[in-house]
Design a binder for this molecule. Sequence first.
Ligand code: AMP
Ligand code: MG
Length: 555
Amino acid sequence: MEIEVQLTGSPIAAKISPPRLAAHGAWLEFRGAVRDEEKGEKISGLEYEAYLEMAVREIRRILESLAVNHPCLAAKVIHRVGIIPAGEAAIYVGIASRHRAEAIALLGEFMNHLKQGVPIWKRRSIAVEVGRVTPCAPVEAHTAASGGQRTARPTLKSLDEAMAEINSRCHPLPAVRVPLVEAIGRLLRETVCAPEDLPPVDRSTRDGYAILKDDASDTFQIVDTLHAADWKPRQLKPGEAVRVATGSSLPCENLRVVMQENVERTDDKIRIVRRETATNISLRGEDLRAGEPLLHAGSKLNAGALAILATVGRVNPLVSPRLRVLHFTTGDEIVPPDQKPKPGQIRDSNSILIRGLLQNYPCDVTQKHLPEDFEAARRKISAFRLPLSAFDLLLVSGGASVGEKDFTRPLLEWLGFEIVFNQINLRPGRPLIFGVNGNQIAFGLPGNPLSHFVCFHFAVAAALARLTGSKSPAFLRGQLAEKLDDKPCPRETLWPARLEWNDAAPQLRPLAWASSGDITCLTAANALVRVPANTGPLEQFAEVDFLPLTAMLGG
Ligand code: AMP
Ligand code: MG
């Protein structure tokens, strides 16, 4: 079967001639027009985007496989991309066959497959209020014969724009109440106030004898003994002492505790041999008064914070949910790290890198490998039978660029994600894809481990911070401890560095790296120095912006 496929930004011609084939008895034409309504709303047009070369390839592949059962002579498919006003054709399909039956059957099946399998998608609907629909600049007509992988609309962002998009598109997931043992590392999502004074009563901080604060007697009669668990209020008189233990609740106010090392005891009497100024009492409310905030919403629940919650009996705090993360690796060259790579293969380091970086965030991580073919990858994803809608974050390693086999973008679209951007004017990490699908977030990360590392820290970490309800990573000001030897680069750079605090000022030691495939700097890097585009070398002591890497600092 002769096949011709075109993706075009121009209107589809009103008349298209059938191919000159002597044998054909049928020439079936179909035009799919944009309706003036989408999801019940009146619209004036639709914007279509496509992963051009891949779409052309997929259409061709579908037609070839359908022709096995429905032998036709020729097929011509034209799909329009960009803004298409309502009423105009978005797709044209013309099929030539010997008899009408094969053409009708092939057309019906082709249209079904087209919806499911081809990376052409509705980017947005154009509201009627917008008024006049101005067709966007036509994208170059693209046929199977022309080379080069392009998207209809690459969305290149600056680093600031990308970070702003992530911040505005990710929202805190609903908070949950969990027992203290499950709350470690989570973000507190409520402010917890002291329900009572802390400590709730005056308490002894020593093993010794409680006496009236101003009692100058020489000897004292021991009138009672209090262990840590005792609660026996009584008013002491001058010359009376009560034996107390560390932590004992004191029997009345206005006391001091004389350490047992400073008295001589004979039967039930004591004599003070050394007087000290300290009262050895922790006063009621001296740590915190009832009603004052103990922990603020947004605090990370470390061991100390959990101890505080336990102290005040807040045993089911309101916290960020445990995140569910799905991580796909891609690339036919990737083998598990316990295998010896054959020539051309490399070991998978991104899986453990991602798992390690996520260690700092309470989450459950599912990791799977995908074959390097869009169709096969989709079949495999279906076969995994994963609860795809249950994941909060989807990460795809590799395939984020625009190479022949890079399919992350259409894959994310197939999974229902709207692509917010697919490139950043950044080094390393230019082909970073960011997508959203309701509350679900997805990143397509460039496969090189250093790009992974950099993109994780400024992009994935920002999304994780927003999803859990904490503050996004922010750049700080610091000083270079050594020269940063760089050549001017038209892209902004996030340069791996070692952060040290000298005289309380952050000092940054730039680490050596030559390409995004370098991995040796990953072990020492705990900061990224921001080098503006076209800067060149930066001298020792230069002031720079840097991002501290909390996942590497253990914070
Ligand atoms: P890609 O983004 O798929 O073009 O991959 C860019 C580079 O990263 C290639 O050299 C890949 O072999 C490498 N790469 C991709 N995935 C991994 C992985 N899981 N572990 C280590 N390297 C990888
Ligand atoms: Mg790859």
